[in-house]
Design a binder for this molecule. Structure first.
Ligand code: F6P
Length: 328
């Protein structure tokens, strides 16, 4: 019979994302509801290795649902990538009496969690928190919606100045090797072109499209570039390339960077975080382990890490087609 769960640990790991605090709150409150002790570890796996933690009750998480970032802080731990690091973390959990862990983070966090479970048998459940939306076991990750809205807001502002000066802007957005942020914000902001890692449309096509824009009487243009795009040129090199080939354009570059990770979480992200984390606690209490929770067709669903981490987060090609039609 599975060991009874009386203490659940929680941590946030990898790049922070808006809604992580709502997730921590939901774990702490669900634990309080079910009469389970809750321990928060600081700086993700690093805090587990160092035994850096705090006991959390329902009141420890007051007024954090609306705050960006993560009160537990986040880190990418190199030490946890080693067998010795994971051993230290397991020893600390045993010392503190933690029976199971909820890991809030992205694919790197989940890969670490899977290994940790396989080596030490401590039940873990992953909750997808990353702005990149690149986890197969969920339609949406916590933070993605807020990041999209931040990007849209920034692009709208850039559009104002682009249009006042008749300029072409290349705007680089995050996403690591996934194009979700670029594609959706590009369509939402009415970009003329969107460059994503999943679909290399080639530089010739970019030039052709910009020439067409000019001919059709457009005065300003926005090209959204995902940081992982496959043109082989970074955003500055792309700008130089276009300047050289289309001297009529006055080209500018904006890299949005880490502003995309901050800010007040949207209602969608807060609700998503709340739903996923209550479920994560309930699953652990029901004896579930080694899975991630995600939202699939608006239903909170548990998926094995194996499947949840599959590299099949395919892009919505329909959006590329829509973008083509609407940038005419
Ligand atoms: O995974 C989230 C993310 O913001 C990616 O979009 C980006 O590539 C990466 O993290 C940046 O990481 P760091 O904050 O460590 O520079």
């Amino acid at each position: 019979m599975a060991k009874e769960i009386t203490t659940i640990g929680v941590m946030t790991s990898g790049g922070d994302s808006p809604g992580m605090n709502a997730a921590i709150r939901a774990v702490a409150r669900a634990c309080a509801y079910y009469n389970v002790k809750c321990i928060g570890f600081y700086r993700g796996y690093q805090g587990m290795i160092e035994g850096d933690y705090c006991v959390m009750n329902a009141r420890s998480v007051r007024n954090i649902i609306s705050r960006g970032g993560t009160i537990l802080k986040s880190a990418r731990s190199d030490e946890f990538r080693t067998i010795e690091g994971r051993q230290k973390a397991a020893e600390h959990l045993k010392e503190v009496g933690v029976d199971a862990m909820i890991l809030i983070g992205g694919d790197g966090t989940f890969r670490g969690g899977k290994l940790f479970y396989e080596e030490h048998g401590i039940p873990v459940i992953g909750v997808p928190g990353t702005i990149d939306n690149d986890i197969a076991g969920t339609n949406y990750t916590i933070g993605y919606d807020t990041a999209l809205n931040t990007v849209i807001d920034a692009i709208d502002k850039i559009r104002d100045t682009a249009s006042s000066h008749d300029r072409l802007f290349f705007i680089e957005v995050m996403g690591r090797d996934a194009g979700f942020i670029a594609l959706n914000s590009g369509v939402g902001a009415g970009a003329e072109e969107i460059l994503i890692p999943e679909e290399d449309l080639g530089l010739e096509r970019l030039l052709e499209s910009l020439k067409r824009s000019k001919r059709s009487g457009k005065s300003s243009s926005i090209v959204v570039v995902s940081e992982g795009d496959k043109t082989g040129k970074n955003v500055y090199e792309l700008a130089d390339y276009v300047t050289k080939n289309l001297p009529d354009y006055e080209v500018k570059v904006t890299v949005l960077g880490h502003m995309q990770r901050g800010g007040t979480p949207s209602c969608f992200d807060r609700t998503l975080a709340s739903r996923l984390c209550v479920k994560a606690v309930e699953l652990l209490l029901d004896g579930e382990k080694n899975v991630m929770v995600g939202l699939i067709n608006n239903k909170v669903t548990a998926t094995s890490f194996e499947v949840g981490l599959k590299d099949d987060h395919s892009i919505n090609k329909e959006l590329l087609r829509i973008s083509d039609i609407l940038s005419t």
